[in-house]
Design a protein around this ligand. Structure first.
Ligand SMILES: Nc1ncnc2c1ncn2[C@@H]1O[C@H](COP(=O)(O)OP(=O)(O)OP(=O)(O)O)[C@@H](O)[C@H]1O
Ligand SMILES: Nc1ccn([C@H]2C[C@H](O)[C@@H](COP(=O)(O)O)O2)c(=O)n1
Length: 259
């Protein structure tokens, strides 16, 4: 954690505060959003975990993933609880802790089949808007919500909207390192389906590759994790306080290619 980052966080006092972050797989939106939420004392909503939990529940129920109406019907009624404390976020289905299960490759491989079902998306949209509204009205008075369509569909009126991207090579290397402990050629190849194919499928229903009007674009390809958190905090500070009050911010934090 950098003192610079904490100083930026101290400048951001606006409440309620809703921050929307989207981006492709492996861009760092979950880890960065969670840390930003922690430093700002906001709640954190991982909407990808919601789609993963829905997929887990569909699979557990023995429903054929190719049966789109059955999948949507199940998701419409499934019991999902999201924990939005950035220090301990998570998902529970009918009281069952699914946090480990939803990260397994068997779910990562098929989650796009559920997430591209438009009736499922309509149900998730309502759940996500309800969670964001509750967080804005709750004791922490705000939330960092991240996913693929938060800046454009779920929370287009968010106070700050950021598209966090990174080059395909950077994203593959990050995920390979996370899953295999190394970003050598074999590990990168083993990761390709989870990044490239999944983005290709998911992008048929959401735009997370080009920043929509009014959405800040932050390319983290050349930034490490801490620099990316700094850049996001700076972008938030600039937006909610105006550029004048962040004039003393360190150049490193501002160098995060925000456009
Ligand atoms: N700027 C960065 N530099 C290096 N590694 C990073 C950076 N940002 C995040 N990471 C790491 O990259 C990996 C992927 O990050 P993360 O899971 O947050 O991505 P994501 O965009 O949420 O992906 P997905 O949508 O697939 O869940 C993690 O191991 C994370 O710690
Ligand atoms: N707002 C969202 C969030 C996620 N998805 C889809 C896309 C992914 O394949 C899947 C899991 O997300 P991840 O945990 O990898 O971020 O859910 C979406 O369509 N919209």
């Amino acid at each position: 954690m950098s003192a610079q980052s904490d100083r930026i966080a101290d400048l951001i006092e606006a409440r309620p505060l809703v921050i929307a972050v989207d981006g492709p797989s492996g861009s760092g939106k979950s880890s960065v959003s969670r840390e930003v939420a922690r430093r700002l004392g906001l709640e954190y909503l991982d909407t990808g975990a919601m789609y993963r939990a829905a997929t887990w529940s569909v699979v557990e129920s023995g429903i054929d993933l190719a049966d789109a109406p059955a999948v949507a019907g199940h998701v419409a009624g499934f019991d999902l609880t999201m924990a939005t404390d950035p220090s301990a976020p998570g998902a529970w289905v009918a009281g069952h802790d699914v946090n480990a299960a939803i990260r397994e490759t068997r779910i990562s491989t098929i989650v796009s089949k559920v997430a591209t079902n438009l009736d499922v998306r309509a149900n998730m949209l309502k759940r996500q808007r309800d969670l964001i509204a509750a967080a804005a009205a709750g004791p922490h008075a705000g939330v960092v919500a991240e996913g693929r369509d938060i800046t454009t569909v779920v929370a287009p009126d968010a106070d700050v909207r950021i598209l966090l991207t990174a080059s395909e090579a950077a994203r593959l290397a990050r995920r390979a390192k996370e899953l295999h402990g190394t970003a050598d050629a074999a590990s990168v190849e083993a990761t390709r389906d989870q990044i490239v194919r999944r983005d290709s499928d998911d992008s048929t229903v959401s735009n997370f590759e080009v920043a929509a009007d009014g959405v800040l674009h932050l390319d983290s390809s050349a930034l490490d994790f801490e620099q990316t958190v700094d850049a996001v905090l700076t972008a938030i500070a600039r937006t909610v306080t105006g550029t004048g009050s962040v004039a003393d911010l360190d150049e490193n934090a501002r160098a995060g290619a925000v456009s």
